[in-house]
Design a binder for this molecule. Structure first.
Ligand code: GLC
Ligand code: CA
Length: 557
């Protein structure tokens, strides 16, 4: 397997709106990030991925961009960005920015021009179709509820938006669109950014005839997925992007690829490097979904999780590169989802063992802000506590069509809403967790008085120091980066155990992912192994019993 820096790196994701406010308006900003670079250096990560800070009406918190080459005033200025880049580079931290080019904001000049009239030179920058039988061109539903089509009264046609009606999809079949995007990417690369996280990049190529999607029982809209996800030209477009932009620089690129399969990943993230460095798959995040999409309070089954992550570990081995994550700005907090946040002690143990289980695998790990502290879901009360467009729209659609009772839907939102990831970073025990001196744009989780970075930095056995140690181990032991992976005990209902192998070296990782004691027998050959990391007491012998949320990693030379 080829050795490259981004395989050996750990990435830290920053959601700028919720990271650090510097001017008291209650919204995190670029100068706020600069203030916290030393903290990130202390954690030991190599790369920062910063979610969008571009000019935007902010209806999807910046994933609706109206100018790709300008900074939204509330986040700061272009000088602030340049300073952030320089300050990060001075500390040896690379900076990856978000590339949101499946769609723009409806306030982007391209769209304003496109919708102006049918013969506008920019008409074909977006996807326009005539309606059918007095309604939209087909039955597709948007990812943010309602139809995926909106009628433009003035020109009498519908435009496609796979997300909100304020996020029209770009037409990637138009070569001019591709050239505009590539030109913009080169502009950021010439500034010195170190890569791109590509928003819903698996959706940029649409099947031209766009037939109705499958209607699931009880749903109003059909699914666009078979005609949009991994569409007919997606690999061709990414290979062109690679030739014309990516290959000219030394970048980390990661595609957000909902609907990704192992075979598809071997194209997107192929070892030959003709497309992207790696991709985010979603299958493990979908294990607790089901009817009504993700709006459930179901728990992830551990045996299923092991089978699934093993499929990815083995399936990509030698062919493509994995990205490893439990959390991002679209997911609830992992310690509340899979661990136990009911007491500080259980919270810390479960946060650590989940981290251990993921960080000893093959792939590039991503840490989402606050995950390194074991930050939890927030105690949201009513609908008015939520800010996220997806959550609010889903609440209305599902309760107004009678699919869900309001109280039940609120319960699902409290568990699964993206806002759980978006409450402010908990820096210290001062008012608003040290995030802002003003009024935060979304509630601060009240547990900040006890759960915060300052407290954890001062305490050697904190979750922070455990993450710091996992990152240090990855930088020290090549086997953690490049070793091959094999699952042990596939049917054990509580324990996730696997080995990594590199030449003569073997690593063993064993994690009890439940709150009950769990017993197992270790494979031979680890009797006098070195303990790399440990949650709970050190293991002795081969017949072992792990307490709730305990685990360890051993290295045998
Ligand atoms: C991606 C982003 C998400 C955003 C959506 C539309 O899934 O991660 O936050 O809402 O794309 O851009
Ligand atoms: Ca601010």
């Amino acid at each position: 397997m080829k050795k490259v820096w981004w395989k050996e790196s750990v990435v830290y994701q920053i959601y700028p709106r919720s990271f650090q406010d510097s001017n008291g308006d209650g919204i995190g900003d670029l100068p706020g990030i600069i203030r916290r670079l030393d903290y990130l250096k202390e954690l030991g990560v190599d790369v920062l991925w910063i979610s969008p800070f571009y000019k935007s009406p902010g209806r999807d918190n910046g994933y609706d961009i109206s100018d790709y080459q300008a900074i939204q005033a509330e986040f700061g200025s272009m000088e602030d960005f340049d300073r952030l880049l320089a300050e990060a580079h001075a500390r040896g931290l690379r900076v990856v920015i978000d590339l949101v080019v499946n769609h723009t904001s409806n306030q982007h000049p391209w769209f304003i021009e496109s919708r102006a009239h049918r013969s506008s030179p920019k008409r074909d920058y977006y996807i326009w179709r005539d309606g059918q039988n007095g309604g939209p061109p087909n039955n597709w539903g948007s990812n943010f509820s309602g139809s995926a089509w909106t009628l433009d009264e003035a020109t009498g046609q519908y435009y496609l938006h796979t997300f909100g009606d304020f996020q029209p999809d770009l037409n990637w079949d138009n070569p001019a669109v591709r050239e505009e995007v590539f030109r913009m990417m080169r502009w950021w690369c010439d500034k010195g950014v170190d890569g791109f996280r590509m928003d819903v990049i698996s959706m940029i190529s649409k099947t031209p005839d766009m037939p109705d999607g499958e209607l699931k029982p009880g749903s109003t809209y059909g699914s666009f997925a078979p005609y949009v996800v991994n569409g007919p030209h997606v690999h061709q477009y990414l290979q062109q992007m690679n030739r014309e932009v990516l290959s000219c620089y030394n970048l980390l690129t990661v595609g957000e690829c909902s609907g990704l399969t192992v075979d598809q990943a071997c194209h997107y993230a192929n070892e030959g490097g003709t497309e992207l460095s790696m991709a985010f798959q979603f299958e493990h995040m979908d294990l607790d979904g089901g009817e009504s999409f993700k709006w459930n309070t179901r728990k992830i089954d551990i045996v299923e999780l092991k089978a699934l992550l093993t499929k990815w570990q083995k399936g990509l081995e030698g062919r493509a590169w994995n990205s490893l994550y439990w959390c991002n700005h679209d997911q609830p907090r992992i310690v509340s989802r899979m661990g136990d946040d009911s007491t500080p002690a259980l919270r810390e143990k479960s946060a650590k063992v989940l981290a251990l289980c993921l960080h000893m695998m093959q792939g590039t790990p991503y840490v989402y802000q606050g995950e390194e502290l074991g930050m939890t879901n927030a105690p949201f009360g009513e609908l008015s506590d939520f800010r996220d467009i997806e959550s609010i729209n889903a609440y209305h659609e599902l309760t107004e069509t009678g699919v869900m009772e309001p109280a039940r839907m609120l319960e699902c939102l409290r568990y699964k809403s993206r806002d759980n990831a978006r409450t402010p970073m908990q820096w210290d025990a001062s008012p608003n967790a040290g995030f802002t001196e003003g009024t935060p744009w979304i509630m601060v989780n009240p547990n900040y008085t006890e759960l915060n970075a300052a407290e954890q930095l001062a305490r050697p056995d904190s979750v922070f120091h455990f993450y710091q140690e996992l990152i240090r181990l990855r930088h020290t032991h090549e086997i953690i980066v490049y070793g091959s992976y094999d699952l042990l005990l596939p049917d054990h209902p509580q324990i996730y155990a696997y080995t990594r192998t590199l030449g003569q070296q073997k690593l063993l990782c064993v994690c009890n992912l439940t709150g009950r004691p769990a017993a197992c027998t270790l494979p031979d050959g680890f009797a006098d192994a070195q303990i790399l990391a440990c949650v709970g007491p050190q293991p002795h012998g081969t017949a072992i019993t792990l307490g709730p949320w305990e685990g360890f990693a051993l290295l045998h030379l």
